[in-house]
Design a protein around this ligand. Structure first.
Ligand code: GCU
Length: 590
């Protein structure tokens, strides 16, 4: 149908978004960036909340200050006079008026670029929640979906001496997204992790994997390489000084791999041994700090470096009162120190990929990690696009962190209703994780059968470890059913209790029967761990949760006030509740 003669695209086009859903930026454009020189684009960007998506509708990114007849446009935008917003940050905690905002926001800045004669240039975004449309020098470059994983936009040949980058970030929840529109955490928005320019030679190392061969011998490492560029044949060189490795790897058609006989000192939480490694091909070099360890399941045992281990864990969201999701290194270190003070050897990073700094710091400090994609509750399991987004987020996570010794589990979801569509969707994700990384364990935090009191989830067949969330004593008031559950269940593989707990307002005291008091939370923890001691196939737990966190579903004005208070510490981590010491004691003895 021809548009009306007075049709004005900027105000009448109700399907304007379609032109920005082309050029999907996915895991396929990822590059390996460890140890590379990066030029930061962090700092104060011009910022504007754009509830009606006028920037995308009226194409502000083209900066048409005059119309096609040369007449001066009404100045709806003057980027450089806009307010300034720090990148990285979450807009919700930068200004009170943005706290609950969900929608599009426009970020833009100019930057100078001196071409050094390099051949390939990328701009890396650590994460943008939830989707990001990227424009450079008035040109649309692409759209990334998924709020917790990095993405790389190639800008080779597009940079000038003076450049403008513009990003429309949109955190609107949507039932077809991953996560869907209903979760139990706060929906922060923004460019909340680093933005960096990465310069590469014409031929460069696009991907690199290195790990101990998980065959129980602890005497071989396997490396894999993928090369991008014109020179797809040649030799790469791996150096690991601490192991006297100086090994060449044949590259054919852009791919190469090798198995090298060596007995490295094994990485573990008690001995987080890291080796300086470098890998060179042509003019390109990447540098990594690598820990070598093996994680396996044998029957109902979890074996770390061949020895049975009990995962003495705690769950944590990626959040701080001050920074929202844009947590600092210091806050990550603080969380790991608190976990270690609790005698933990393991953390469940729920319910989405935390910053890559978390696994890097965990490698250094020595703590095992469960990393998870936000296939949470009632994802739209029928929707193929939703599956594609979930699989892309899983691939981006695994490709980002698969050289991190601390990461032992890839988790494909949490508390999902056990429908046929869900089993198919999550089984495919579990198999994809195994295909991408056969050296780690795959799991999910499953719901229980509270009618028959059993651990009975059809997804378990695809998992190495069965994660089980249970709230006996809290959501399931009759605690006696926990023992019945364990007696009724006959799992053939290790089970970890991925969540249990209770709300308690910090400092609120009362009787053990008064819900919301520390005494009640303490009593539930005491009874829970007493039962775990008696169940041989429970091989770990990660109570919910290290500290209280923001949640728009928690509205009781006195005891919750917009916070989920199941933390073992207060939201600012300044106060330890009584139940913290139950876990500290329980783990001490193991
Ligand atoms: C669920 C869910 C958590 C949630 C918790 C709670 O198990 O996995 O994300 O916060 O229970 O209800 O507090």
């Amino acid at each position: 149908m021809n548009p009306a003669k007075n049709y004005d695209d900027a105000i009448h086009n109700q399907s304007y978004e379609a032109r920005y859903l082309t050029k999907r930026i996915t895991n396929e454009s990822m590059i390996y960036d460890a140890g590379r020189t990066k030029e930061s684009l962090n700092g104060y960007w011009s910022f504007g909340i754009d509830q009606y998506d006028t920037c995308l509708r009226a194409r502000w990114f083209e900066e048409n200050y005059v119309d096609k007849d040369g007449r001066y446009n009404p100045m709806d935008f003057s980027f450089d006079e806009w307010e300034k917003m720090p990148v990285p940050s979450c807009w919700n905690v930068q200004k009170e008026k943005y706290f609950l905002y969900e929608g599009s926001a426009v970020y833009t800045r100019t930057f100078l670029y001196q071409n050094h004669g390099e051949e390939r240039v990328y701009i890396k975004f650590g994460a943008v929640n939830y989707d990001a449309k990227v424009f450079l020098n008035k040109e649309y470059l692409g759209c990334h979906k998924g709020g917790s994983t990095p993405f790389y936009v190639e800008v080779t040949g597009l940079l000038k001496e003076q450049n403008r980058i513009l990003v429309v970030a949109n955190n609107t929840r949507n039932k077809d997204h991953v996560p869907t529109d209903n979760t139990d955490w706060f929906n922060y928005g923004g460019i909340y992790r680093d933005v960096e320019i990465i310069r590469l030679p014409a031929t460069f190392i696009k991907d690199f994997t290195i790990a101990l061969v998980p065959d129980g011998g602890f005497d071989k490492i396997r490396i894999g390489l993928a090369i991008e560029g014109a020179e797809k044949n040649g030799t790469a060189n791996l150096k690991i000084g601490g192991l006297s490795i100086d090994h060449t790897v044949e590259i054919r058609d852009g791919l190469g791999s090798a198995v090298i006989e060596v007995r490295p000192e094994l990485w573990s939480p008690d001995n987080p041994k890291l080796y300086e490694a470098s890998i060179e091909f042509g003019e390109d070099i990447i540098r990594e700090k690598i820990g070598f360890r093996e994680i396996r399941v044998d029957g109902q045992e979890i074996l770390l470096n061949g020895k049975p281990i009990y995962l003495k864990g705690i769950s944590a969201h990626e959040e701080s009162v001050k920074n929202g999701k844009a947590v600092s290194d210091a806050e990550i270190v603080e969380n790991i120190k608190l976990a270690k003070e609790m005698n933990c050897n393991y953390m469940r990073l729920a319910h989405y990929p935390h910053t890559e700094r978390a696994a890097q710091i965990a490698d250094e400090m020595g703590i095992l990690l469960w990393e998870e994609i936000p296939v949470y509750w009632s994802i739209n399991f029928q929707n193929q696009k939703t599956y594609r987004d979930a699989e892309n987020q899983l691939t981006e996570l695994i490709r980002r962190d698969r050289n991190r010794a601390s990461v032992i589990v890839w988790a494909v979801g949490n508390e999902n209703p056990d429908t046929d569509a869900r089993v198919a969707f999550m089984s495919a994700l579990a198999r994809k994780a195994k295909e991408l990384d056969p050296t780690r364990l795959v799991s999910a935090a499953c719901m229980l059968d509270h009618v028959n009191h059993m651990i009975d989830d059809r997804l378990a067949d695809e998992l190495d470890i069965i994660g089980a969330n249970e709230y006996y004593g809290w959501y399931q008031p009759n605690f006696d059913n926990l023992v019945k559950l364990f007696e009724n269940s006959k799992p053939i593989k290790p089970v970890i209790i991925t969540e249990f707990g209770a709300d308690a307002k910090a400092g609120h005291r009362g009787t053990v029967d008064e819900k919301g008091t520390e005494d009640c939370q303490h009593e539930i923890y005491r009874k829970q761990v007493e039962v775990f001691n008696r169940i041989p196939y429970v091989k770990g737990t990660s109570p919910w949760i290290l500290y209280d966190f923001r949640c728009p579903r928690r509205l009781h004005p006195i005891t919750q006030n917009y916070y989920n208070t199941k933390g073992l510490l207060s939201e600012d981590k300044s106060y330890k509740k009584l139940a913290f010491y139950v876990m500290q004691h329980f783990y001490e003895g193991r």
